[in-house]
Design a protein around this ligand. Structure first.
Ligand SMILES: [Zn+2]
Length: 277
């Protein structure tokens, strides 16, 4: 894969500090763009295990010629750090913006909000300093670690009785205080969830947008992971459309089209567009 990545096309990875491994140098490590290569066509974006899908896309696009990253790097990141990586890949660079469109709850006007990955990453860098969160429960201080991609993947593959059972078992698996009470009750669960949200702001991301028409302040929740996955899925669809157009026009096979470098594919597509006018 590395040989296919054109010079300058690699997006640098977010800086990562993890207590277990210290800080490592990630010079030359980055993401190549998704939706350009044959392997990108093999990703099924409809799979129910979204955590495993996220890991798969990140591992597929990482460029690490000197193997600087530790094994299972993306699985061990916090959920917020994984979302940051996924957004970087979906948007295509640090300075590029994620465009969100909302409907004003007052007048129905379309509201647009552009957030660069750099801006979103600032919130993540602050959250990176928090490694454990805690709360007082029945007079005892209980500490929890932040969930990682590994936790996310395990939970996605677990069958829970109901929502409370799911929340209790997820929270219990994160407790680092020994002899942690197994039944928590809804109030404690909600409290713990709120603490986790503050410690990982990209997970349940919320934003406030003022409407220019009616001056109303609107609060929105955005699932950034699903937003990024939907953008990546559209890139895959664009590649399929490009293959279809070239295959139809030149009578090439899928493999023939994919063997043509991306920059030349764009030229062929322009020529096809020009002849159809
Ligand atoms: Zn409005």
């Amino acid at each position: 894969m590395n040989a296919q990545v054109e010079a300058g096309a690699v997006i640098p990875l977010p800086p990562v500090t993890m207590s277990s491994a210290g800080t490592w140098c990630t010079d030359g490590v980055g993401f190549r763009r998704f939706g350009k290569f044959e392997t990108d066509l093999a990703v099924d974006f409809a799979v129910p295990n979204r955590a495993a899908l996220t890991t798969r896309v990140l591992e597929l696009c990482v460029v690490d010629p000197e193997s600087l990253l530790p094994p299972r790097h993306f699985t061990e990141l916090s959920i917020g750090q994984r979302i940051e990586c996924l957004l970087l890949l979906a948007v295509g660079g640090w300075e590029k913006a994620l465009s969100l469109v909302f409907e004003c709850q007052g007048c129905g006007e379309d509201l647009e909000l552009d957030l660069t990955v750099k801006e979103l990453a600032e919130a993540q860098r602050e959250a990176d300093h928090i490694e454990t969160v805690g709360l007082d429960l029945e007079g005892r201080r209980i500490e929890f670690r932040k969930p990682t991609g590994r936790d996310q993947e395990v939970w996605a593959g677990t069958v829970f009785r109901d929502e409370l059972d799911a929340a209790e078992r997820m929270v219990s698996s994160l407790a680092i205080t020994p002899e942690f009470p197994s039944t928590l009750g809804r109030t404690s669960i909600r409290e713990i969830e709120r603490i986790f949200e503050d410690a990982d702001p990209l997970v349940n991301f919320s934003c406030r947008v003022r409407c220019g028409e009616c001056d109303r302040l609107n609060d929105y929740r955005v699932d950034l992971m699903e937003t990024a996955l939907a953008m990546l899925s559209r890139m895959q669809t664009q590649l399929i459309h490009a293959i279809h157009r070239m295959a139809t026009h030149y009578h090439w096979s899928e493999a023939d089209v994919l063997a043509v470098p991306e920059w030349r594919r764009q030229q062929y597509l322009q020529l096809i567009g020009a002849t159809k006018k």
